[in-house]
Design a protein around this ligand. Sequence first.
Ligand code: HEC
Length: 152
Amino acid sequence: MPAMAWRKLLLVPVIGLLTACSDSVSQVAADAEVVDASVQLRARSGEMVYQHVCMACHATGVNEAPKFGDRTDWAELIEEGYGILVYESIKGEGMMPPRGGDISVTDMEMANAVAYMANAAGADWVAPGSEEEVQSMLKQAEIELSLHHGED
Ligand code: HEC
């Protein structure tokens, strides 16, 4: 992603805060929504990420990776919840490397890929529509995991 685009993304929340009390709030909010939507537009789809990165292990179940479309493999994972699975697949879990071993996959794209795989095995998760949503999902998962730390 070009440097300008990143700067624009980082600026939006700051501008949002600075102008939160001014009359131009709705315009800024509208601009922020456009930028936010474009984050999801630029993100690779779950199917695309799956095919490029995740399929290598999840198609056949390398090292007991939960197999694509296998409801038995995925049932317990789906129970754990969307946020937890996205969090764990970003961090890495057992033989699952962080981000499937490809650090170019963004948090949003991981969320897309996890929904794509889980939905193929019976979940009906809707991928987050904005970067803010992804980050609050991950924050929530982190809190849940730290609360349950040591229980298993
Ligand atoms: C190098 C092989 C490999 C690749 C590539 C890979 N995975 Fe995995 N994945 C695994 C293995 C092995 C497990 C089982 C880990 C365990 O439970 O110990 C796993 C488990 C998972 C889980 C369940 C995590 C949990 O909480 O137990 C999710 C979700 C997941 N992978 C998502 C992905 C996504 C999304 C991608 C692509 C971006 C991906 N994986 C790419 C090997 C891989």
